[in-house]
Design a binder for this molecule. Structure first.
Ligand SMILES: Nc1ncnc2c1ncn2[C@@H]1O[C@H](COP(=O)(O)OP(=O)(O)OP(=O)(O)O)[C@@H](O)[C@H]1O
Ligand SMILES: [Mg+2]
Length: 671
């Protein structure tokens, strides 16, 4: 009997040592992986540095310049910015980038989603003589841009598989002979790599000195290290080889240093001037909501949130984990009166396009999508992005939530988190390189009730911390928290609520006291929890495990009522709602070369806010708000609406005034 106990004891000891060793092996393997990755990075860096040294030896070294200084084109650029693009002032780095391109340099732009990258090549394209070539990966992105430019009266065209023969002829004549009006030409990368005819016309255009610049949008698609590699982007290096004197501008929203080096090498722009902007999106309010284990309750909450916070059909996206979940959530939101449609990769491309189009035109309010609803979403006025389930990494969450508020106005990013969702994701990502590590980073983000959400992004992208300004739930929250040392809880029977126990288990996994293991069955992969590498010190009390628990855990669960202090409501005033209606009407009645114009191309949400503040009633006043081109096109109808509104208000119809008092405005009017 005693013998048996001894054997059992030793067996336990051996098993625990084996566990320890397995943990150490895993740590070493992870480290090996990191070192391999760093080795590759350093080799690439060396290569790029050698290349630029060799080039500068030939006498054309880069001098440091002040790109924000004065340049000969300043006044013309300001005039075009305001009167053609209707943009009041530049955003961070735009002016410098435009000056660099105008100076004939190659440029690499890394700027967050919605930062305003398009203007950085569109404005120089308008200012320069000749034709600018823009390479963009998706038809939908191209259509959206061409339509937006056409609405501004800029002669932009696209040459893709959908271009009809007549337009193609027009484009070829413009390239070949300089006939007709063509300022910006959009193509997909396949045109460069597959159409000899197109390339020969482009060469003619260049030889005649009519190719003003080349822009490569979504440039991360060049790199296989990026998240959206497109094989045809690999061949874009030919552009710099064929047109070495034409400035190239490569633009992307996210690029790690490895991707950046890859881009520079592939596009042959070793001497490019690089502009890296912050990843911060100050207008986005980040929050994590506790997700109920009951599916219907979650949908009720989402539906309440949308209908209370966004009663004027403001656009949003709900991201779901699976295709089935996507369809179900869309249906249940519809049952609750929200106009929602689902979108996933199982649907055919035409159905997907239709849904995307209806949403872009404001005919449906919400798209419930899987990750397939990704690049190509160019809608600037998405007011909320809700994650019904956890994303698989901080990077994916940053990108998906970042589709909100590209117009710079306040928008919300809500993630519904419940520890029970972790194994669903972990059993999908554990075989990916660093998959679990990436997942645990976002889980850490969700578990924390104290740390700034925005701070987690700065940390993830290796950027210095910036002030959150109360624009996340944790920074804005006044809920009292207690931090308990969960070490004692992890080895005793204690009185924790079910959700808190789940939260504790996940915390123990994050702290390596427990770990997930995976087993395949014929139909699925199951995640199990076993002892992790640090179970012993935790059990011995040498390693504290901290768990943050809300003292007052009965949070207000009522939809819009859950907005923490600091979050901005986006209710529209009466006048804004009228202007919104007008832009929809004007967009559906105007079309350009058969492509209908989106409402935001008629008036941006920022312009609507400014108009409702300043209430211009003459053409001259209106021009000061939205610029010349839009005043000429839509001025009549806008002034008509403004005048009747102002007359009504003077006659004592104070409905709007009383409503506006309730509002928390996004845009502050002033000089
Ligand atoms: N200086 C500015 N002032 C106000 N609005 C601007 C300014 N620059 C750009 N915008 C607007 O911001 C929105 C987003 O711009 P844009 O499409 O160029 O973003 P992006 O950086 O290309 O983002 P993404 O990576 O998502 O493609 C557009 O509606 C654009 O008109
Ligand atoms: Mg863009």
């Amino acid at each position: 009997m005693e013998d048996e106990e001894n054997i059992e004891e030793e067996l336990f000891l051996v098993e625990s040592q084996l566990h320890d060793i397995q943990g150490q092996i895993k740590t070493l393997l992870d480290r090996q992986e990191e070192l391999y990755e760093r080795q590759l990075q350093l080799k690439a860096l060396l290569e790029v540095s050698k290349m630029s040294r060799n080039k500068s030896n030939y006498g054309s070294s880069v001098t440091l310049e002040d790109w924000s200084g004065s340049f000969p084109w300043d006044s013309q650029a300001d005039d075009t910015r305001f009167n053609v693009f209707g943009i009041t002032s530049y955003r961070s780095n735009q002016r410098e980038i435009i000056n660099t391109v105008m100076s004939g340099k190659d440029v690499l732009v890394i700027m967050a989603a919605g930062g305003g990258k398009s203007l950085c090549y569109q404005l120089p394209a308008v200012l320069c003589n000749g034709i600018a070539l823009v390479v963009s990966p998706l038809l939908s992105l191209i259509q959206d841009q061409v339509m937006g430019l056409a609405a501004l009266g800029i002669p932009a065209y696209m040459l893709t598989s959908t271009t009809n023969k007549e337009v193609e002829k027009f484009i070829y004549r413009a390239l070949d002979k300089g006939e007709g009006e063509l300022k910006i030409l959009y193509v997909t990368p396949e045109k460069i790599s597959k159409s000899k005819r197109f390339m020969s016309k482009l060469e003619k255009c260049h030889h005649a000195g009519r190719l003003s610049l080349v822009a490569v949008d979504e440039a991360h698609c060049c790199s296989q290290w990026g998240h959206d590699f497109r094989p045809d982007y690999k061949n874009l290096g030919i552009l710099k080889i064929q047109f070495p004197s034409v400035p190239m501008i490569a633009l992307t929203a996210t690029a790690t240093s490895k991707v950046q080096m890859d881009l520079i090498e592939m596009l042959h722009i070793p001497k490019c001037v690089k502009f890296v902007s912050t990843v911060n999106r100050p207008n986005l309010f980040y929050k994590v909501y506790e997700k109920s284990p009951v599916g219907k309750v979650v949908i009720d909450e989402i539906a309440n949130f949308i209908s209370e916070s966004y009663p004027n059909n403001e656009s949003g996206i709900v991201y779901c984990f699976s295709r089935r979940e996507c369809e179900q959530v869309a249906k249940e939101l519809c049952d609750r009166g929200i106009s929602a449609e689902h979108y996933h990769a199982d649907m055919d491309i035409i159905a997907r396009e239709k849904i995307h189009m209806r949403w872009s035109q404001g005919k449906s309010q919400v798209i419930v999508g899987t990750v397939a609803f990704g690049m190509g979403i160019n809608k600037p006025d998405v007011r909320f992005v809700i994650h019904h389930s956890l994303s698989k990494s901080m990077e994916t969450y940053y990108q998906e939530s970042g589709r909100a508020g590209r117009d710079g106005l306040s928008s919300e990013c809500v993630l519904y988190y419940r520890p029970g969702d972790v194994p669903r994701q972990s059993s999908m990502v554990f075989y990916e390189n660093c998959g679990l590590q990436n997942l645990y980073d976002i889980v850490r983000y969700c578990q924390s009730k104290r740390s700034c959400r925005r701070g987690a992004f700065f940390q993830h992208f290796g950027e210095a911390l910036q002030d959150c300004n109360g624009m996340c739930d944790n920074c804005a929250s006044s809920i009292e928290l207690k931090e308990i040392d969960a070490t004692s809880y992890s080895n005793k029977d204690v009185d924790l609520k079910r959700e808190e126990i789940e939260q504790l288990i996940v915390q123990l996994i994050l702290d390596h006291v427990l770990k997930e293991e995976f087993q395949h069955t014929a139909y699925s992969t199951n995640a199990y929890v076993t002892l992790g590498p640090l179970w012993k010190p935790a059990l011995q009390g040498n390693r504290p495990v901290k768990l943050e628990i809300a003292v007052e855990s009965s949070q207000d669960r009522g939809g819009g009522g859950r907005l923490s202090k600091g979050a901005k409501r986006s209710w529209m005033s009466d006048l804004e709602a009228k202007l919104d209606e007008l832009r929809r009407e004007l967009s559906s009645s105007s079309s350009n070369r058969g492509i209908s114009i989106f409402p935001h191309a008629v008036l941006s949400s920022e312009q609507i806010s400014l108009l409702s503040c300043q209430k211009p009633t003459t053409e001259a006043e209106l021009e000061k708000v939205i610029g010349k081109v839009k005043t000429e096109k839509y001025g009549g109808r806008i002034i008509e609406l403004m005048r009747s509104y102002v007359t009504d208000a003077r006659a004592g119809n104070g409905a709007d005034a009383s409503k506006r008092n309730k509002k928390d405005k996004d845009v502050v009017c002033g000089e």
